[in-house]
Design a protein around this ligand. Structure first.
Ligand code: NAG
Ligand code: NAG
Ligand code: NAG
Ligand code: NAG
Ligand code: NAG
Length: 764
């Protein structure tokens, strides 16, 4: 969102009032259906939408093209605010959600997405999305929230410096895709009839958006140069799943350009969503993304040309007022025809009709009492526990024994700051518990010292006080890491190290404590904590992302062993040296000829601080693959191809591969892997089981390994449990070739889970 937009919203419109008025409905009276076909529930949704479009004047139509859509009083159509936010709980970053007028004053702040992702538990992701949806409907019934939400953020976390990486499901396209499926299905609901939904979710930001600001570059004008190979197997998969499988009803085009074309004007990529992925819904611009096409990107030579290019590309609505202001003139200048607007309105009204916005309300018993419930708080706590990643735990220092600890010191600038817990897109939490408060509930004698005035920590002024607190305590917990002061929307990091003098604070504290300390790390992006990994005086490191409002309550439960952590990192933790790589280099694959190490565990060739999928537990687990096919046979399609293509499989450089599009039936290749998980520890535990695959042939540009499936498993102490992981070779074992076509390498592949390996032959 741009500052100018905020200004305009305040000046011209009325976010809260629009949301409240959204509860007025034109189609409830018995006569309405007779008067207006768009109210006639016996007609199809497309017919109703077309009818409504046909009734509007040009001015009424133009007023629909903003997130703050105008009403049509003569038809009883209320104004509507399209922009509400729900990334990890309801948030008032958009004007559709309003905590200051009405009975709902707060909403459950679930952990930031990167932390929930680390749980690798699909049921958890869905449950959280359903809970957020429940709160959205409850808040909507009070006129304080809309029905259309601009979440999830499913861009891949490409560069560790990205300020919004915290909002995503990490660096793996398959994980981001799986998360989007659960989020959208859980959030939208599905009534089965004519695509009816209870709420609308939005796959954003389409596509290759993953940088805010770096040196002279900004997200508003950046041209992401993406090759066909990376586009196909890194940037697009989450969007494809979000549209094709999850059936999201909204797609947001990003600010940036892709290969020289602004995304909201990128006809090929926008149409691909509709034509190839079957997208049905509306395409919104990111906020003010149309205004910048001329003004800042100088891609067009006038504002009217920008409007023409986006409407003709398939964008339907603009976040901001730009289209409301300039569309009339675009028509007058002959840049667009009224039909171009009608096309967009058809998509917008179809979504509103699918949501039932104009009709008699469905039996919806949800209200303000369904917001900030005990169940939602418990679910939020569950998400923090499942997501927490134990990075280091020398000689089983954790869990702490409560009987041996009388006095805890909790040190760090965020340890008593409720605002440090939420991350980007946090609304007003119901009842935030800081780490200090949470610890005090466990150990009465808990001393707090900030150590640093704030997260940027550029002074040692408070070190003395921290040292005093540390000296007196039986155990010292230092809470360090990031905050929105370091990483946020419109703001990337420049360093991967702990901010300011935080590292000095830790060194100072460990030099005076009786025992080794516990380091708790906050933040969405990875931090280079090599020093802490190596320092024996730091016994344990626990990453808690942005844990949301219950973070403080959960921390002692983990430290004292009431919960056995089992989350895994959804992102590579790179060393500081990675910052030598330009953030603007979109290439995923390593290129040794220019010293480029590649990005993400699939391609990165350099050293890591902690790798993707890393995470310890209080138990030690081992795995054995009980069953998996030793061989799968790919049969290629016998349908003659009119376009002359390469043969189905080609032998070149001694390598065999088959193009996915030539495989007769991908479904028939899907197989199950049964894994026995043994818990060798003294505690029961639930943890993430990640199954990877790699090809035994080394092919340039081929991933080092890929996640082919995951499942969270609960295993009792000293026993074993089985998990079954379904693998779709076409989808998860393939990769794109340089032309952007997916291929599956034939020959030997290796499935790995922990130290266990299993060889699988793919033959044609
Ligand atoms: C919330 O609604 C009130 C009353 O309509 C309004 O004064 C206020 O500006 C709204 N707040 C936001 C953030 O839109
Ligand atoms: C996955 O999450 C759900 C919802 O919180 C929970 O009930 C289930 O126990 C979790 N699975 C495991 C194996 O921990
Ligand atoms: C776009 O350009 C205008 C005019 O130069 C400037 O005021 C505005 O800040 C720019 N916006 C962005 C996002 O760079
Ligand atoms: C964390 O960031 C928020 C938002 O920028 C700020 O209000 C808060 O003071 C920060 N906390 C610390 C301890 O720096
Ligand atoms: C901390 O650093 C920032 C930026 O370098 C500076 O603006 C600020 O005054 C410093 N604060 C203190 C307390 O030194």
């Amino acid at each position: 969102m741009l500052p100018r937009l905020v200004f305009f919203l305040l000046l011209v419109c009325c976010g809260g009032a629009a949301a409240a008025a959204a509860n007025a409905r034109p189609c409830v009276s018995p006569d309405s259906a007779r008067a207006y076909p768009f109210c006639d529930a016996t007609l199809s949704i497309p017919a109703r939408a077309r009818s409504l479009v046909s009734l509007l004047t040009l001015d009424e139509k133009i007023a629909q093209l903003s997130n703050t859509a105008g009403g049509v009083p003569r038809l009883g159509v209320p104004p509507y605010q399209w922009w509400s936010e729900s990334l990890h709980g309801l948030a008032d970053n958009g004007p559709g959600v309003n905590f200051s007028s009405g009975p709902v004053r707060a909403a459950t702040a679930f952990p930031q997405v990167i932390l929930s992702t680390a749980a690798f538990n699909r049921s958890l992701w869905r449950a959280v999305a359903q809970a957020v949806a429940t709160e959205a409907l409850g808040m909507h019934s009070a006129g304080q929230a809309g029905l259309t939400y601009w979440a999830p953020n499913i861009n891949i976390f490409r560069d560790p410096r990205w300020g919004r990486g915290q909002e995503t499901s990490g660096e793996d396209p398959a994980v981001a895709a799986a998360y989007s499926l659960e989020y959208v299905k859980g959030f939208q609901g599905d009534f089965g009839e004519e695509g009816r939904i209870r709420l609308s979710a939005c796959c954003k930001h389409y596509t290759a958006y993953d940088m805010e600001k770096w040196e002279g570059f900004s997200r508003y004008t950046f041209n992401a140069k993406v090759n066909a190979q990376d586009l196909e197997d890194s940037y697009q998969p989450p969007f494809k799943t979000c549209i094709q499988e999850a059936r999201a009803s909204c797609l947001m085009c990003a600010y940036n350009q892709v290969n020289g074309v602004p995304m909201c004007a990128h006809k090929d990529l926008l149409q691909k969503a509709r034509d190839e992925w079957g997208f049905q819904g509306y395409i919104t611009s990111d906020c003010d993304a149309v205004a910048i096409i001329h003004e800042n990107q100088t891609y067009t030579s006038s504002d009217e040309d920008s409007i023409a290019i986006v409407l003709k590309a398939g964008m339907d609505i603009n976040c901001g007022s730009f289209l409301v202001r300039h569309t009339k003139s675009a028509i007058e200048k002959g840049k667009i025809q009224e039909e171009d607007i009608d096309r967009a309105l058809f998509n917008l009204f179809s979504v509103q009709l699918r949501l039932g916005i104009f009709d008699k309300p469905r039996d919806n018993h949800l209200g303000p009492n369904n917001v900030c419930t005990k169940e939602h708080r418990e679910l939020a706590a569950e998400a923090v526990k499942q997501g927490a990643v134990l990075l280091k735990n020398d000689y089983s220092f954790l869990p702490l024994k409560r009987s041996e600890i009388r006095h805890v010191a909790i040190i760090g600038p965020s340890a008593n700051d409720p605002y440090a817990m939420g991350g980007d897109y946090t609304g007003v939490p119901c009842s935030p518990t800081t780490f200090l408060k949470g610890m005090q509930a466990y150990v009465t004698q808990t001393t707090f010292s900030a150590g640093c005035k704030d997260v940027p920590c550029n002074s040692t002024e408070l070190f003395g006080e921290a040292v005093e607190a540390a000296k007196r305590a039986d155990i010292v917990v230092v809470v360090a890491g990031l905050n929105l002061t370091e990483e946020r929307e419109d703001f990337d990091r420049v360093s991967l190290l702990l901010p300011g003098k935080q590292m000095d604070l830790i060194h100072t504290v460990v030099s005076v404590t009786k025992k080794p300390i516990v380091l708790v790390l906050l933040g969405g992006g990875p931090v280079d904590v090599s020093f802490a990994k190596q320092d024996p005086r730091i016994a344990s490191i626990l990453w808690l992302g942005y844990p949301g409002e219950v973070g403080g309550q959960v921390l002692p439960e983990i430290l004292f062993g009431q919960y056995n952590p089992g989350g895994k990192l959804p992102i590579t933790w790179y060393p500081e040296s990675f910052t030598a790589i330009p953030m603007t280099d979109m290439n995923m694959r390593a290129d040794p000829s220019r010293g480029y190490p590649g990005r993400t565990y699939r391609f990165y060739t350099g050293d890591v601080v902690y790798g993707f999928g890393y995470g310890l537990s209080y138990s030690k687990y081992s795995y054995s693959i009980l069953s998996a096919p030793k061989k799968i046979s790919v049969s290629h399609s016998s349908v003659p191809d009119v376009i002359s293509r390469k043969p189905a499989y080609t032998r070149s450089d001694g390598l065999d591969f088959v193009q996915i599009e030539d495989i007769a039936s991908c479904e028939s290749l899907v197989f199950a892997v049964r894994i026995a998980v043994s818990n060798h520890g003294k505690m029961d535990g639930s943890h993430a089981v990640l199954l990877f695959a790699r090809s035994k042939s080394s092919v340039p540009g081929s991933p080092v390994k890929q996640l082919v499936g995951f499942e969270r498993a609960h295993t009792a102490a000293g026993s074993a449990s089985n998990v079954e992981i379904t693998v779709d070779p076409c989808k998860h074992m393939s990769a794109a070739n340089p032309e952007g076509r997916r291929v599956l390498l034939l020959g030997a592949h290796v499935l790995t889970v922990g130290d266990e390996e299993f060889e699988l032959l793919i033959e044609a």
